[in-house]
Design a protein around this ligand. Structure first.
Ligand code: 5AD
Ligand code: SF4
Length: 433
């Protein structure tokens, strides 16, 4: 989400005549886009700011700015108390950046931290370097108010872009040769532009270019509709991969988290999705050590992981965030216990991922080639529809090609295969080999 926001910011600044430098020492303005979701994300920014401030020794006119969720949350601290930055701009005020940078250049602090009920940056063309994959932010904010989460406070209320503007962006990306688009929102399932829901949006994006893969994140289990599942099933280029955060396997904890579903509902949803979309895979988010979480609650989370067999899990230690309801519940699970539970979650997931990958040995998959493998130029790396990395020996395939491969070997994180044949998709019609 922040990468997509950064591209919007660069788009706005480019329109105003700025350009990007890769060398911090050459910059007139340095902007850090920040995240407040957990405390360590904020701590990292304070570290970075310390480094960047040294650039001011050589360039006293350098403007240093904080963007994003921390701006909204820590304006006073950053500007008044710590006097660390010249500019603080929250996620809904990026249109004012050129003006606020001018203010900072003039020697005053540039501050814009109001949240908006309507801003979607619908008309801004994000600055993107050429490549294969692009993010498109389709909605902003969140109305769910999970009790642990600061997002509704830092990013404000839910609002959606128009279907037509998103489709136009996908068309432009297709013309530029992009092969994969990820539609982004805190809860894309509640996308609604006044007449179209998220399933409509997904279908419209998929129909732009059949040779382009469409991904999306994040789905809240409460709003994942049957219509959406049937839409994914009906479009071969919508990836069979759903990120469906469960957070905990315990109904008591889910209730305290205000997640608004029970684990039985969640597991039923997974079953239903698997029936409607054969071969669909899931990833999830899990929080270890939410207030009052007992060992039994933790075991229930491990049980859900065994039952669902996620392809991937993003795992976090609970981090108390001011303003949230959970903040008032205290933070009573000691850090060592959080760490231990997190470790058990990580280890279990590694076993599950290993088993899922072993079961793929001997099977054929279609991958999108992304380039050389990270470890060696003698190998190419690509991804399956379900987002798994596959390494194959070098051939005359190039980044952006699709290839059918056979899987020969697997670790918990990577598949290794051999090239079978190139696959081409006609932009507008069905699959052809
Ligand atoms: N502590 C730990 N993890 C959190 N997340 C959100 N807020 C917190 C928090 N206070 C996790 C959730 C969410 C993901 C984006 O970040 O699992 O789904
Ligand atoms: Fe935060 Fe919950 Fe909204 Fe996700 S759905 S952004 S966890 S409040």
């Amino acid at each position: 989400m922040n990468l997509a926001d950064t591209e919007i910011v660069l788009g706005i600044l480019q329109n105003y005549g700025y350009s990007v430098t890769k060398e911090p020492e050459h910059a007139d303005v340095v902007l850090l886009n920040t995240c407040s979701i957990r405390e360590n994300a904020e701590q990292r920014i304070y570290g970075r700011l310390g480094n960047i401030k040294t650039l001011k020794n050589d360039n006293p006119n350098l403007v240093i700015g904080i963007l994003g969720c921390m701006a909204e949350r820590l304006r006073k601290d950053l500007i008044d108390k710590k006097k660390m930055v010249d500019l603080v701009v929250g996620p809904d005020e990026y249109r004012r950046l050129p003006e606020l940078i001018d203010t900072a250049i003039g020697g005053e602090k540039g501050i814009g931290v109001r949240l908006s009920r309507t801003e979607t940056y619908d008309d801004i063309i994000p600055y993107r370097e050429d490549g294969l994959m692009a993010w498109i932010s389709v909605m902003r904010g969140c109305d769910k108010f999970c009790t642990f989460c600061v997002v509704p406070f830092t990013r404000g209320r839910e609002r959606s872009r128009s279907l037509s503007s998103v489709v136009k962006e996908v068309e432009q990306l297709s013309q530029r040769g992009f092969k994969e688009v990820s539609l982004l929102g805190q809860n894309v399932n509640s996308y609604f532009d006044g007449s179209n829901d998220f399933a409509d949006l997904l279908a419209a994006c998929a129909e732009v270019d059949r040779s382009m893969r469409i991904r999306f994140t994040t789905s809240h289990p409460q709003d994942l509709s049957d219509k959406l599942l049937y839409t994914i099933a009906a479009h071969p280029n919508i990836c069979n991969y759903i990120h469906l955060p469960v957070q905990s396997g315990s109904n008591r904890i889910l209730k305290l988290m205000n997640r608004t579903y029970t684990i039985e509902y969640y597991l039923n949803l997974i079953d239903k999705a698997r029936k409607i979309i054969p071969g669909v895979s899931f990833s999830t988010d899990i929080i270890a050590g939410f207030p009052t979480e007992t060992y039994e609650d933790h075991l229930m989370t491990l049980e859900v992981m065994r039952e669902v067999k996620y392809d991937g899990v993003y795992m976090f230690k609970y981090s108390p965030r001011e303003k949230t309801k959970a903040y008032d519940m205290g933070d009573d699970v000691p850090d060592e216990i959080k760490t231990k539970r997190l470790q058990e979650i990580i280890e279990l997931q590694q076993q599950i991922s290993y088993q899922i990958n072993q079961d793929l040995i001997g099977k054929e998959e279609v991958i999108l080639i992304e380039g050389f493998s990270r470890k060696s130029d003698n190998f190419l790396s690509g991804r399956t529809d379900t987002n798994k990395v596959v390494i194959i020996p070098l051939s005359d395939l190039k980044a952006g090609d699709y290839a059918k491969v056979k899987i020969n070997r697997a670790t918990h994180a990577t598949l290794f295969g051999e090239f079978i044949e190139k696959v081409t998709y006609d932009k507008k019609s069905a699959l052809t080999t």
